[in-house]
Design a protein around this ligand. Structure first.
Ligand code: PLP
Length: 398
């Protein structure tokens, strides 16, 4: 999760410009000079059997292939355990992204490590080779876990739907997650955790080894929080059928392809429509609309992921209703026509929080600016993350 701004900072009221909308098309389209990447990657140092790094980067029109490979010029060496560990460490050092991994719990080694090179999952884990795993998240905000219990309930529901037994009972999982964040010393970031059918073999059915696993990682995000309005498109990648869309499994290929489609079209994300043509959700967020008569509408959660953020926003929106700033807030079937004619459209999720949509396909939403309800809901959510009730804020004992 990106670090948040101070609460009172209002989101921009500037109308969207072409510049803003094309921002997202830059992702994945920059050429990285080979020499720079070689130096940065550190693979110029002399390893036994040196590596040659070749890197070209895919342009948005996909004319060039994206290759980031280390081609060995001599035989593939047989490594001892310590040599392999050293190389894993070197790889981690040389491939630091914008996120830092501070601590990992694994039920496989039955503890917590803060060494990123040890943050690995067995290759025979059913989640790795068959996608038989579910996951969830929770934001870490000023030393508190936000909506941990809501996310925990959801992963347990997802695990039941995926026929994954729990390796521990709910209270123990909760306690392990809190201890992992505590060991990480992270005060602002995010927690991600997985329940998996576990390792054992490479069969399709995990029934010959019933050893479910729990993994958790604490991530320090370096990205600045961005609340600028974005452009979305309608996804041409089919959405998951309700049985799979309502559980948070690790099978995110449709979500990834839908996000890539958006990036290739200069948009932030692509929005799915369900099989009846109603508005569904984005690849990792829910959507909501403010109608012309000032009502907050969210698609029903029966065919999409039941978003913790969206549900919390529905509750927080009642404060705007009681102040007369909204006429009401409810879930409903929302048609594309209603959505595109709305005065405001927003994305809702643990990553984006509340983010205005200013364009959908070629349609300007409302007056093309971040609207007052979107802004008010973002401020309410940030306030809730900083000083909400004990039901949503769990203190971390450092
Ligand atoms: C498909 C999908 N929909 C909605 C959401 C939003 O859920 P939450 O608000 O709990 O993050 C997510 C979150 O990752 C998601 O993956």
């Amino acid at each position: 999760m990106a670090s948040l701004p101070s609460l009172t900072k209002p989101i921009s009221q500037n109308p969207i410009t072409r510049q803003t909308t094309t921002d997202h098309s830059h992702i994945g389209s920059k050429a990285v000079p080979c020499r720079t990447s070689l130096l940065r990657s550190g693979f110029l140092y002399s390893q036994p059997g040196s590596f040659r790094n070749t890197r070209t980067v895919r342009s948005s029109n996909q004319n060039e292939a994206l290759v980031d490979s280390y081609i060995k010029t001599s035989d593939v060496p047989l490594l001892t355990c310590s040599e392999a560990t050293e190389r894993l460490k070197a790889h981690r050092e040389n491939h630091k992204g914008k996120q830092e991994f501070l601590a990992m719990y694994s039920s496989i080694f039955g503890g917590i490590t803060t060494d990123p090179s040890a943050m690995v999952i067995p290759i025979d884990d059913h989640m790795v080779h068959r996608g038989h795993g579910v996951f969830d998240t929770a934001a870490i905000m000023d030393g508190y876990l936000y909506e941990l219990d809501q996310h925990l309930n959801r992963i347990i529901r997802s695990a039941a739907m995926a026929k994954i037994n729990l390796p521990f009972d709910k209270e123990d999982i909760r306690s392990i997650l809190i201890k992992t964040v505590s060991a990480s010393k992270c005060r602002n970031g995010s927690l991600r955790y997985w329940l998996s059918a576990g390792p054992g073999d490479f069969q399709l059915s995990p029934s010959s080894h019933n050893k479910p696993a729990l993994y958790a990682v604490v991530i320090q995000d370096q990205l600045p929080f961005d609340s600028k309005g974005v452009k979305v498109i309608t996804s041409s990648v089919p959405m998951k059928p309700p049985q799979f869309a309502t559980m948070k499994s690790v099978n995110y290929l449709p979500n990834v392809l839908s996000k890539l489609e958006a990036e290739e079209n200069g948009a932030f994300v692509a929005i799915w429509l369900d099989e009846e043509g109603f508005i569904a959700e984005g690849p990792n967020m829910n959507v909501a609309f403010v109608t012309k008569d000032n009502e907050l509408l969210m698609p029903h959660f029966d065919k999409i992921l039941s978003g913790c953020t969206a549900k919390r926003v529905l509750t927080l929106a009642e404060r705007l209703v009681s102040k007369g700033k909204l006429r009401g807030a409810r879930v409903a079937n929302v048609t594309v026509d209603e959505g595109k004619k709305a005065s405001e459209m927003m994305l809702l999720g643990s990553g984006v929080l509340v983010r205005a949509v200013l364009y959908w396909d070629e349609q300007v939403i409302g007056d093309g600016r971040e609207g007052p309800v979107t802004q008010a809901l973002l401020n309410l959510l940030i306030e809730d993350m900083k000083s909400g009730p004990p039901s949503v804020l769990i203190p971390i004992p450092y």
